[in-house]
Design a binder for this molecule. Structure first.
Ligand code: B12
Length: 214
């Protein structure tokens, strides 16, 4: 149906960020919203990349290039995704990908959506040890700690963040949320999280719900 969105998805398997960027600009010019380009183009493409990777049809170097395509496209879409913001909010959110894990596209996307909702976001990067989430939250007086994990082997770092946070006076109050492809709600809640959400848009709703906003 939407040729250009399909082309954007397919472009992630051409491993050339310039091509993806050009198509994304073209789609914006044609009037597609950033959200649509993301969900029906880029993320669809990354799903295919993930499938091919799983089936050993492509390997880490190729996946890295696809990730670069998506990252550069995201930089173009960012201003559109941010919108006007909603400056009513004063919530401060620490976000990072846990130790041992360098997957950061999902985390970056969630950070953009949070900013778009008017939250103050402090992105502490990827491969972040549990203790640093807690230290950063304390330093900035954060209301929320958001942890991302994309590997089953790094998921256990998230309950460690909860454990360390709850040991401090400050950390008893802070809301801690989990996310990432292998993570799910039941596991999150059983492991001490205050909440889980499966994608960036619902992450905003989750935080609002936790603080009874709107
Ligand atoms: C791109 C990618 C890479 C890139 C990452 C580049 C980068 N800058 O991020 C590179 C090539 C570096 C890479 C490396 C590896 N990868 Co990799 N990778 C992927 C891939 C294909 C896509 C991930 C992605 O970006 N998706 C797009 C984003 C938008 O989606 P997302 O991350 O899921 O995020 C969304 C939600 O999950 C949620 N979310 C995410 N974080 C948070 C946080 C919060 C708080 C909330 C509320 C929500 C939330 O919202 C996001 C937006 O909607 C996945 C496949 C997959 N199915 O996920 C494999 C995958 C995650 N990788 C995998 C593996 C095995 C590896 C390697 C170990 C491979 C290797 N042998 O070296 C290494 C590990 C490196 C490391 N130490 O971290 C496996 C993990 C298997 C497992 N279950 O543990 C997967 C599932 C592929 C597979 N099927 O085998 N990878």
């Amino acid at each position: 149906v939407c040729d250009i969105l399909k082309q954007i998805a397919d472009s992630l398997l051409e491993y050339d960020p310039d091509i993806t960027v050009e198509l994304v600009n073209k789609a914006l010019d044609s009037g597609f919203t950033a959200k649509k380009i993301l969900s029906d183009g880029l993320i669809k493409g990354m799903d295919v990349v993930g499938e091919q990777f799983k089936n050993s049809e492509i390997y880490v170097p190729e996946v890295s290039m696809s990730a670069e395509c998506l990252t550069e496209a995201l930089a173009i879409l960012k201003p559109y995704l941010l919108g006007d913001g909603d400056s009513e909010n004063t919530l401060k959110i620490i976000i990072g990908t846990v130790e041992g894990d360098i997957h950061d596209i999902g985390k970056n996307l969630v950070a953009i959506m949070f900013e778009g909702a008017g939250f103050q976001v402090i992105d502490i990067g990827n491969n972040v040890p549990a203790v640093q989430f807690v230290e950063a939250a304390k330093k900035h007086g954060a209301d929320v700690i958001a942890c991302s994990a994309l590997l089953t082997t790094t998921m256990p770092v998230m309950p460690e963040v909860v454990r360390l946070a709850r040991q401090t006076d400050f950390g008893k109050e802070v809301k801690i949320i989990f996310g990432g492809a292998p993570v799910y709600e039941k596991w999150s809640l059983e492991n001490g999280a205050d909440g889980y959400s499966e994608d960036a848009a619902s992450a905003v709703k989750l935080v609002k719900r936790l603080f009874n906003l709107q």
